[in-house]
Design a protein around this ligand. Structure first.
Ligand SMILES: NC(=O)c1ccc[n+]([C@@H]2O[C@H](COP(=O)([O-])OP(=O)(O)OC[C@H]3O[C@@H](n4cnc5c(N)ncnc54)[C@H](OP(=O)(O)O)[C@@H]3O)[C@@H](O)[C@H]2O)c1
Length: 249
């Protein structure tokens, strides 16, 4: 593929964790990666590491919680590339508190502040980022939008006593992911007659700063995001996916 025809991907929270590895794996596919990060220092550091590995990477200031940066990032992409092929809404926070025994504070006691802060980043402001870029994704001939969700957002799994997550409840985080799943389904419906595919990803339980006790490497954890970002024209839309398998909402 010529440099001019290169696909352009923007990943939020690409300075570390699954987002950084997703940038690496897209770079390996000769996709230009825009390294979204809220800190210029860590975003530029990530850009430099990716470039050192030979990938086409560029830092873009994007704080999910600051709409001015959504606008400046979208303006930059519009003026520089005229379109966006892939948006990966990867950035998120997990700030549920634990009690003295290390157990997550249950739903009846989770504070309003924790719910609101979590929903601001993981839901409302993730929607705002998406809305800022949909006009540019419509200019791509094969737009792909990925929402990093979590198996912990699945109401079906949470309400099934036989499910492995039945006894693992992180209320504000889990429900913010349920909510973003709902948005993914509605956006996929809205765009169903376009060439844009919208899907939600569960990366697995991945060792990162957010989940030090995870089981998978970031290489494995980024795979679902990369698959959904590079789906073929006859690929699905409006699904919740983990390593190619559909999860229940
Ligand atoms: N790890 C897992 O087991 C697991 C499981 C299921 C789902 N997920 C999901 O996978 C995604 C990536 O998680 P991770 O494990 O890689 O987490 P992580 O290592 O904690 O990284 C989170 C990333 O999000 C960024 N971020 C947070 N708030 C931001 C904001 N307001 N604006 C811009 N960037 C922001 C962080 O940037 P800073 O460095 O500036 O803080 C960081 O780059 C998340 O959506 C998470 O919910 C992870």
């Amino acid at each position: 593929m010529s440099e001019q025809n290169k696909k352009i991907a923007l990943i939020t929270g690409a300075n570390r964790g699954i987002g950084f590895e997703t940038a690496r794996q897209l770079g390996q596919q000769n996709i230009k990666v825009l390294v979204g990060a809220r800190s210029e220092a860590s975003g530029k550091e990530a850009e430099a590491k990716l470039k050192d590995e030979g990938f086409d990477a560029e830092f873009v200031l994007l704080d999910v919680d600051n709409k001015e940066t959504h606008e400046s990032a979208a303006k930059f992409v519009a003026e520089t590339y005229g379109k966006l092929d892939i948006l990966i809404n990867n950035a998120a926070i997990s700030i549920d508190e634990t009690d003295e025994n290390g157990a997550f504070v249950p739903a009846s006691k989770t504070s309003d502040e924790v719910f609101r802060k979590t929903f601001d980043t993981n839901f409302f402001n993730t929607i705002a980022v998406t809305q800022a870029f949909v006009p540019l994704i419509k200019k791509s001939d094969a737009g792909r939008i990925v929402f990093l969700s979590s198996g912990l957002g699945s109401l079906n799994l949470h309400s099934d006593p036989d499910s492995p997550i039945y006894n693992y409840k992180v209320p504000a985080y889990d429900i913010s992911k349920t909510a973003i799943n709902g948005y993914a389904v509605h956006l996929a419906y809205e765009l169903k007659d376009t060439n844009i595919k919208v899907n939600a990803a569960h990366p697995g339980s991945v060792v990162t700063d957010m989940n030090p006790n995870g089981e998978l490497t970031v290489e494995e954890g980024a795979k679902t995001s990369v698959d959904l970002a590079t789906l073929a024209a006859d690929g699905y839309t409006g699904k919740f996916i983990y390593l190619g398998e559909e999860l229940p909402w």
